[in-house]
Design a protein around this ligand. Structure first.
Ligand code: NAP
Length: 501
């Protein structure tokens, strides 16, 4: 798809093999419905100015539309919960095939609404599909248990049953995959869902609604409702007595609001929240591998993933070698519109992200950090473009080490000992991903066990795959997505005691 010229969003939409994927209304109970208030909002390509960038105008669903969807999801649940795991596996398998058949169009949609380069978008579509595949394989294997009773006349059985209607709230950085990771588990377990996709990027979620329709997922099992007011939709979903579980991916601050809102109905919750990932390069590491890992982990989707390296700790003995190799390799990257040939990194999603990146660079440089490469906005490319940046001489008094930047800035911090760096790595209230590079096997175990995070990459940055439990500790949230553990969040455990046998 990438070409040598930049096209407006409208021109790109004309290249779709299947234009049916472009939906602007909500998918509720198997039908495409308009907002009852008539409210709408525009979706813009972050790489282009508004006049060329507008992709579509989408219906913003009202409280009464959400109430209707929750009611339909409850009705659908009564039948869907009775279906066999095998039949739900077939539905998920069909969804997997449909996502893969529409890979190129879905990737274009992701580039348009999120800005990520086309190759990353293709990766996201495959990654998104992998959750349908994975959960299609898990659906027929939701086992209960038989427990030996203390009373020899009793028999004890344990059932796993679907939790009910799930509210799914997803972010803009992986607009398709963050839905499939949750929806795959919901369908596998026999739950029904009411989904609010991020307001910056609802189009890939709505395209998924179309694919659910094509896959003949029973009406009311999957409902997708865009809304321009996240706090209104979030409040309704978390407070509604007809929603049994909420799964949210987003910031820690919003997670805290949602948890308070859900307290009134004591819902089952799973939250994937912010991170502040440490990335440690020990003196015995393979430096080239560590440089490649740091570039992938820090700069993928221009630093806008929750498991991006946020603090790069480098041992003093190899600091100069590591930083000069990192800077040299970054010269081979290219910023720009994700649909243009050779572009490796795209824009940030919105003005607030740009503001945070500038604030972190300015705070760090005012306290003695040195810009080793990059460091500037790139207005000639568009208002949301920022250089991939490396800062040297960073210390832990700087904001950039205390808060998640969620942008393309790599701060390098020198350390001298393992004990010191483990303490520094754990000095944060969040713990999602963490990485280190070392060729000492004993150290691999020691450091992995000591890191206060939910996922560790030792000589690897690939900590997010369908088969790996994904989630954090402390203020990074709770619950796990993907993997065999990802089903638990959508199930309740029920015991049955049969007496006097
Ligand atoms: P954010 O404000 O929390 O937004 C993330 C999502 O939450 C958006 O889709 C947003 O919807 C929605 N949202 C915002 N306020 C809400 C509310 N009151 N009720 C319900 N939903 C609400 O975060 P952001 O600044 O856009 O994204 C970056 C943050 O998200 C980072 O801290 C990052 O670590 C975190 N994140 C975490 C993960 C993970 O897997 N742990 C993944 C991605 C992002 P609208 O778009 O409609 O406003």
């Amino acid at each position: 798809m990438p070409s040598s010229t930049i096209k407006s969003s409208a021109q790109v939409l004309q290249t779709f093999k299947n234009p049916e994927l472009i939906k602007t209304k909500a998918y509720v109970n198997g039908k495409w419905i308009s907002s009852s208030t008539g409210e709408k909002f525009d979706i813009n390509n972050p790489a282009l100015p508004a006049d060329e960038g507008k992709i579509a105008t989408v219906d913003s669903m009202s409280e009464s539309d959400y109430n209707q969807a929750i009611e339909k999801a409850n009705i659908a649940f009564e039948e869907f919960k009775k279906t066999s795991g095998r039949s739900r596996a077939d539905l998920l398998e069909k969804l997997y095939d449909l996502v893969m058949e529409n890979k190129e169009d879905l990737a274009k949609l992701l580039v348009l609404e999120n800005g990520k380069p086309y190759a990353n978008a293709i990766f996201e579509v495959e990654y998104a599909a992998s959750f349908f595949k994975w959960f299609s394989e898990e659906a027929p294997r939701i086992y209960g248990d038989i427990i030996p009773a203390s009373n020899s006349k009793n028999r004890i059985l344990v059932f796993k049953q679907p939790v009910g209607v799930c509210g799914i709230l997803t972010p803009w950085n992986f607009p398709l995959a963050m839905i499939t990771r949750k929806l795959g588990a919901a369908i596998a377990t026999g739950c029904t869902s009411v989904i609010k996709p991020a307001s910056e990027t609802p189009l890939s979620g709505l395209a998924l609604g179309y694919l659910c329709e094509q896959a003949k997922i029973p009406s009311g099992v999957v409902n997708i409702l865009p809304c321009s007011d996240a706090s209104k939709a979030g409040k309704l979903i978390t407070e509604h007595p007809g929603v049994n579980k909420v799964s949210f991916t987003g910031s820690t601050s919003v997670g805290k609001v949602l948890m308070k809102q859900a307290a009134g109905t004591l819902k089952k919750l799973s939250f994937e929240l912010g991170g502040n990932a440490p990335f440690i390069v020990f003196e015995d590491a393979d430096i080239d591998e560590a440089v490649d890992g740091a570039i992938a982990s820090k700069f993928e989707t221009s630093g806008q993933t929750c498991i991006c390296a946020n603090r790069i700790f480098v041992h003093e003995d190899i600091y100069d070698q590591f930083s000069s190799k990192l800077v040299a390799k970054l010269k081979h990257t290219k910023l720009g519109n994700g649909l243009v040939d050779g572009v490796t990194h795209g824009p940030l999603i919105h003005d607030n992200s740009m503001k945070k990146v500038r604030e972190h660079i300015e705070d760090a440089t005012s306290k003695g950090a040195k810009i080793l490469v990059g460091g500037s906005k790139r207005p000639e490319l568009g208002e949301h473009f920022h250089d991939l940046t490396v800062l040297g001489n960073v210390n832990t008094d700087m904001k950039i080490t205390q808060e998640e930047t969620f942008g393309p800035v790599a701060p390098l911090i020198k350390f001298t000992s393992e004990d010191e760096v483990v303490k520094l790595a754990n000095d944060t209230n969040v713990g999602l991903g963490g990485y280190f590079y070392s060729n000492d096997l004993r150290r691999v175990f020691r450091v992995a066990e000591a890191m206060n995070v939910g996922m560790v990459g030792a000589n690897s940055r690939e900590i997010s795959e369908a088969e790996i439990p994904f989630g954090g500790v402390a203020e990074s949230g709770f619950g796990r997505e993907g993997s065999k553990f990802g089903l638990d969040d959508y199930l309740v455990t029920k015991s049955l005691v049969i007496g006097n046998v």
